[in-house]
Ligand binder design. Structure first.
Ligand code: GDP
Length: 445
């Protein structure tokens, strides 16, 4: 996700490297480049304007710090402005004082509502809630069955009209579901509503009727991030037609540009609450503006990585990984190998690498990485002596040849791995030293 923007911004910053101070022309040129990068990422024009004007003003302003070089300074400003445009704080669910908390999903057909309903239900259940899924999409012939399948996978019960009762009235189903939840001790109700392929008055009315009948605590507008700026238009139509409290962005995994994510908050005034990043139930999380900004700037998203790991691994393994990342001792190739082995159990490698510091630029290579490449990396590390793994600086030319022969690879493979390892090690070291508060340094800066 956000590869396009990430690549463009990284190259903007690298052109500032080595400058002692920023002249007015440097700032203007940088602002122009960032503007192009944002436009190319399909960010809405008013958002781009606001962003650029903030960055320019701050780059010129008094915030000039002696601790940072100009490139770092600009990255710091861009990072903070990205966090701001993405919504600032993470928006959490507001639970009702008197359960059940009613969450209603609205959005176009195909936006990913039903999938999201299942993910949200599982996510809530994992946090000791007792959700109930409600099929109030009675328009699409398959919708009820689809929700039942999703509910089964998430191990969350589904409230649906009895089959054979005709089409049924979605407003009535929604109303009854809340009663049912109250009786059955479900503390959260997730109502999946009908969508159409395009915005239409009848659909809006039905959603508004359901809203009036159940008075949701949270209405989430579910939108496909891959439709870019169209997402912004649809978001506006739903804001006028139904209204909502927050946005759930789906299919971020397929969104190379990021236009919807970067525009929607500013245009609608509603925060992004959830991000969906794949077809599996676990590809889902709260949307963290700060982590997303780090990812866009390719500073890694170690926190999300650790949290995802926590869901997949034993506590002890995760603690070890977290303490390695946080400890003063240098990150070694053994740690690298161990983490890679763990990471492989987490799922698609492309998603994960985006979260690791400095790995973003490898994404193109990485998207073509298959399990065999990972086996090769493991073989290379395993062909090293313990001393080499602990201190890869000792790996000179003749050792590289030995390692390549031992692992059945080429010297260039060994070189590539060692170089990448040093980059990761350097990034982690910079992060720990907090080169910029809350922000790791960029490679080569
Ligand atoms: P609905 O019509 O709004 O209920 O949409 P669905 O939940 O049926 O989703 C439409 C399609 O998008 C399905 O094929 C889903 O598997 C797919 N989908 C949903 N969320 C995601 C996501 O985050 N990433 C990807 N890649 N596909 C998704």
């Amino acid at each position: 996700m956000f590869e396009t923007l990430s690549d463009r911004l990284t190259s903007v910053f690298s052109s500032l490297r080595g400058k002692g101070r920023l002249s007015e022309e440097d700032i203007a040129a940088t602002a122009r480049e960032i503007r192009l990068a944002l436009l190319e990422a399909d960010v809405a024009l008013p958002v781009v304007r606001e962003f650029i004007s903030q960055v320019k003003e701050r780059a010129r302003g008094e915030e000039v710090s002696k601790a940072l070089n100009p490139a770092q300074q600009v990255i710091k400003i861009v990072n903070e402005e990205l966090v701001e445009i993405l919504g600032g704080q993470t928006r959490e669910i507001r639970f009702a004082k008197n359960p059940p908390t009613v969450i209603m999903l609205a959005g176009l057909q195909g936006a990913g509502k039903t999938t999201l309903a299942g993910k949200l239900a599982k996510w809530l259940a994992d946090q000791r809630n007792t959700p109930l899924l409600v099929a109030a999409d009675l328009q699409r012939p398959n919708a009820v069955t689809q929700l039942q399948v999703v509910g089964e996978r998430a191990s969350v019960p589904v409230f649906a009209p009895e089959p054979g009762n005709g089409v049924g009235d979605p407003v009535e189903v929604a109303r009854q579901s809340v009663e049912h939840a109250r009786r059955g001790n479900h503390n959260v109700v997730i109502i999946d509503t009908a969508g159409r392929l395009g915005v239409d008055a009848e659909m809006m009315q039905q959603a508004a009727d359901i809203r009036d009948a159940v008075r949701p605590d949270e209405i989430l507008f579910v939108v496909d991030a891959m439709i870019g700026q169209d997402a912004v238009n649809t978001a506006q139509a739903f804001l006028d037609g139904v209204g909502y409290d927050a946005v759930a962005l789906t299919k971020l995994d397929g969104d190379a540009r990021g236009g919807a994510a970067l525009s929607i908050r500013h245009i609608t005034g509603r925060p992004i609450m959830f991000a969906s990043t794949g077809e599996k139930l676990a590809d889902f999380d709260l949307f963290h503006p700060d982590r997303m900004a780090s990812r866009i700037l390719d500073m890694g998203d170690v926190l999300t990585l650790i949290e995802q790991a926590q869901r997949t691994f034993e506590e002890s393994e995760v603690e070890k990984m977290a303490s390695t990342l946080a400890s003063d001792a240098d990150f070694t190739l053994d740690d690298f190998l161990q983490q890679m082995t763990m990471v492989r159990r987490l799922g698609p490698i492309g998603n994960l690498l985006g979260m690791m510091p400095g790995m973003g630029q490898m994404r193109d290579q990485v998207n073509n990485v298959d399990e065999k490449d990972l086996d090769r990396i493991a073989a290379i590390i395993q062909s090293m002596t313990p001393a080499e793994r602990a201190n890869p600086k000792v790996i000179n030319g003749s050792r590289r040849l030995r390692i390549a022969n031992g692992s059945g690879t080429q010297v260039s493979d060994v070189n590539g791995l060692v170089t990448r390892f040093f980059e990761a090690q350097k990034m982690l070291r910079q992060m720990k030293n907090g080169g910029i508060p809350g922000m790791p340094g960029m490679p080569g800066m």
